[in-house]
Design a binder for this molecule. Structure first.
Ligand code: FES
Length: 87
């Protein structure tokens, strides 16, 4: 699984840094737990362009595999990752 966290200026202003911290903590925790399947990669990316295309606020943006999460919150991102990681 690949988790991309947008660190463009809009997403950073709206909390992408906190999200990244939470995702890194989750990765550390779950990598030590045998109840969860394979590990995931975290990739920090520059502006994905969604904030410029949309009139509405979409930041912060997180992409989990092919799924794009707009207005991502820690809870939503954690739930998505955990549901994909569960055996
Ligand atoms: S800054 Fe994240 S989509 Fe533009």
């Amino acid at each position: 699984m690949k988790v991309k966290v947008c660190m463009g200026s809009n997403c950073t202003l709206l909390g992408a840094m906190d999200l990244l911290d939470q995702i890194e903590d989750l990765k550390k925790l779950t990598s030590e737990d045998d109840n969860y399947s394979d590990d995931f990669d975290i990739e920090v990316v520059k502006c994905l362009g969604f904030c410029k295309k949309s009139k509405d606020n979409v930041a912060p943006v997180v992409v989990i595999d092919d799924e794009i999460l707009f207005n991502a919150t820690g809870q939503i991102v954690m739930e998505k990752i955990m549901s994909k990681k569960k055996k």
